[in-house]
Design a protein around this ligand. Structure first.
Ligand code: GLU
Length: 418
């Protein structure tokens, strides 16, 4: 099973082993739960604007098929590879199960830097990737969504390519689409707002006043930016924000509207005049009430976990904290961790709502979407917190255990193969 060998897959597998030990899962059931059910690698030839042809590597991994179709994002990033996508698919499985969604986990991606392609090149890449995936995806098979480097436009191209092939409009094949073609109100903001909601709940649990508290956010993409706005609405001061190029810091609080305008114009937070420059490593160690890693995997490591100075660690990204860091955090009970599969679940929850709306051709108002989202997040937050307190285990182990157990029990009910 070395085809998935990758530091991120090793990390997800290690987390799973800890859960399997905790739940006392028999050896015969472990590999079946851990390794993906299906994985596809495709070559995507794209004609560049200058007439040359470049072939990109694309992937889609479906982790388990026990509870329904598989669900998860599509990532465009130069580091995308099979092992990385497989790890992200495994996390999607536990996330969907924790949220009680009728899905297995999936993830896909293309090894490409989307910033280096023109809009036309991106469209051709997306359409060719989708074409290659046609036998592998579908509203009852596997439903892609946006992730790092992809957005509503990417989903519109995917939906159109699939629909053209089918001969009729199939909005339920992807989620995170523009609202005008079967997308859901609130989907774009869902992950960030969910992060904001759960931070509010963590603060209540710890008796921290939101108003006047401070937040540091790594990543100012779809998740980080909406989390920032949602926190600001509750009076939280966002004092530092970064992206892959660098960050800005202002202890008095950043002007988020001005920052957003700067990012729209410059495509980076770097150079924003309303704060001092700060690099990503130093940003993570700033004193604050809540630290939100909302960028990439493996940012909080055995090396820097001991130096975090936050009260709450709210994992907007997937897999931002390594198992070595978890060992250190377990010795630092003053830091309350909202683990990724709970913290960033708002996105896939509203994706589920979008899929349901598409299948029924019956669309909800934004307040219906948000109400239902917060209700589901509240339930999962309480279950996780209760399990963590009752069993005296870290929040991550509690959340993962709830998710893994649901899949394990469903597998036992169904039999050996799904
Ligand atoms: N890419 C998001 C995630 O990691 C959303 C997936 C989805 O909506 O299917 O949770």
């Amino acid at each position: 099973m070395t085809v998935y060998q990758h530091p991120t897959f090793d990390m997800a597998a290690h987390q799973f082993d800890l859960v399997a030990d905790h739940l006392d899962i028999p050896v015969n059931d472990r590999d079946r739960l851990k390794f993906p059910k299906r994985a596809l690698t495709v070559a995507i030839p794209v004609r560049r604007d200058d007439g040359s042809v470049r072939v990109f590597a694309g992937y889609r991994v479906q982790h388990h098929l026990t509870l329904g179709p598989t669900k998860g994002g599509v990532r465009y990033h130069p580091d995308v590879c099979l092992g990385d996508v497989a790890a992200l698919a495994m996390w999607m499985s536990w996330k969907c199960a924790l949220m009680n969604l009728p899905y297995g986990g999936a993830k896909g991606g293309v090894a490409v830097d989307p910033r280096q392609l023109s809009l036309g090149e991106l469209e051709r890449l997306t359409r060719r990737y989708t074409q290659e995936l046609i036998p592998f995806i579908g509203p009852q098979i596997d439903i892609p969504a946006p992730d790092l480097g992809t957005n509503e436009q990417t989903m519109a191209w995917m939906m159109d390519t699939y629909s053209t092939q089918t001969g009729h409009c199939v909005p339920g094949v992807v989620t995170g689409k523009p609202v005008g073609i079967g997308g859901s109100l609130g989907r774009r903001e869902a992950t960030g707002r969910g992060v904001g909601y759960l931070i509010g709940r963590a603060f209540e649990t710890l008796a921290i006043q939101q108003s006047g508290s401070t937040a540091v956010i790594q990543g100012f993409g779809n998740v980080g930016s909406h989390a920032a706005f949602s926190l600001a609405k509750h009076g939280v001061k966002v004092i530092a924000v970064s992206d892959f190029q660098g960050g800005v810091h202002n202890p008095a609080g950043l002007d988020l509207r001005a920052l957003d305008q700067h990012v729209t114009a410059q495509r980076t937070v770097q150079g924003f005049a309303g704060g001092e420059p700060i690099d990503n490593a130093n940003l993570l160690e700033l004193p604050c009430d809540v630290l939100v890693p909302a960028a990439m995997e493996r940012q909080i490591t055995g090396e820097n976990a001991g130096r975090l100075r936050c009260r709450v660690l709210a994992e907007g990204a997937n897999g931002p904290t390594t198992p070595e860091a978890d060992v250190i955090l377990a010795e630092r009970p003053e830091i309350f961790v909202i683990p990724d599969i709970l913290c960033n679940a708002g996105g896939v929850v509203v994706s589920y709502f979008e899929w349901v709306q598409d299948l029924q051709s019956f669309f909800w108002s934004e307040s219906e979407v948000m109400d239902r989202l917060f209700r589901l997040l509240e339930g999962a937050f309480q279950q996780t917190l209760q399990a963590s307190r009752k069993q005296r285990i870290p929040m991550r182990l509690a959340a993962l255990s709830i998710g893994v157990k649901r899949v394990w029990e469903a597998r036992r009910a169904r039999g050996l193969f799904p």
